[in-house]
Design a protein around this ligand. Structure first.
Ligand SMILES: [Zn+2]
Length: 272
């Protein structure tokens, strides 16, 4: 056997192993997506996330499959002594998957892990969502890293899941950033589908963003949290929180944004 033949044989064997692994992963993923949710898992999710029960049945099957896949593929890491329980994994996975249950590719393409702190935390991230403590220290309740993890304060994540009609949900907020950041730029303009008009999306979002800035400046009420007035990327994340938590109010007050988000996510939560 010549050295060239040996080289080609090694390449062929390596390629065969890689292809077999890819096929195995694909088969595993397909079976997880079709499998029903474990009944114990379903009970925990229903108890901790009231929104789950409102999801129509035809979407719930997809949501359950995605939760199975999320639990299988996304690594959870606890920080500051936080013990990542099964309950914590389920509460994060189920809320994150609400955002992609009817999207064309149904996944967060660059996400590999979720990092959980027990409560609001300090970190070196320049871009974060959080608040300033009484002593002047800024603390984070959530971060979404471009091509990196989502970082969350568990107490805020759990409370946000339980109270589903106040427009605040740090998990939905950070995973909305993940969708936006998948384009490589965090600007409130995620990758749209073929049937969506990017120019219209840009116009509708820019108008509503400027309106919120004006409302905030003049202290006028808005369906959106004023935090959305800080940057276009924050406005998108806040609009997504509002879409899930105050859909009827949003449809009445901001019908154009509501329509764009309905098209983007592929469902109409105001009708649930
Ligand atoms: Zn944010």
């Amino acid at each position: 056997m010549t050295s060239v033949t040996l080289f080609l044989l090694i390449i062929f064997a390596a390629a065969t192993i890689i292809i077999e692994r890819l096929l195995q992963n694909r088969r595993r993923r397909a079976s997880l997506m079709l499998a029903p949710l474990d009944e114990r898992h379903r009970a925990i999710i229903a108890q901790r996330i009231p929104l789950y029960a409102k999801v129509p049945l035809y979407l719930r099957e997809r949501l359950d499959g995605l939760i199975n896949r999320f639990l299988d593929e996304i690594k959870f890491v606890g920080r500051d002594g936080f013990n990542v329980t099964e309950e914590a994994r389920l509460v994060i996975a189920a809320q994150a998957c609400l955002l992609i249950m009817n999207r064309p590719h149904r996944w967060f393409p660059t996400l590999k892990s979720v990092i959980l702190y027990p409560a609001a935390f300090q970190s070196k991230a320049k871009k974060f969502d959080g608040y300033v403590q009484r002593d002047g220290t800024p603390v984070h309740t959530g971060e979404s890293w471009m091509r990196g993890p989502v970082v969350l304060a568990w107490d805020h994540a759990a409370f946000g899941a339980l109270v589903d009609d106040d427009g605040h949900n740090v998990v939905i907020h950070e995973f909305a950033h993940q969708l936006d950041e998948a384009t490589g730029v965090s600007d409130g303009a995620p990758l749209l589908d073929k049937d969506q008009n990017a120019a219209r999306w840009g116009r509708v979002f820019q108008d509503a963003y400027e309106r919120l800035q004006k409302d905030t400046e003049l202290n006028r009420p808005s369906v959106f949290n004023t935090y959305g007035a800080s940057a276009p990327a924050e406005f998108f994340a806040v609009a997504v929180e509002t879409f899930f938590e105050k859909p009827q109010e949003m449809r009445t007050d901001e019908p154009h944004i509501y329509e764009e988000l309905s098209l983007y996510f592929g469902f109409d939560p105001a009708a649930w």
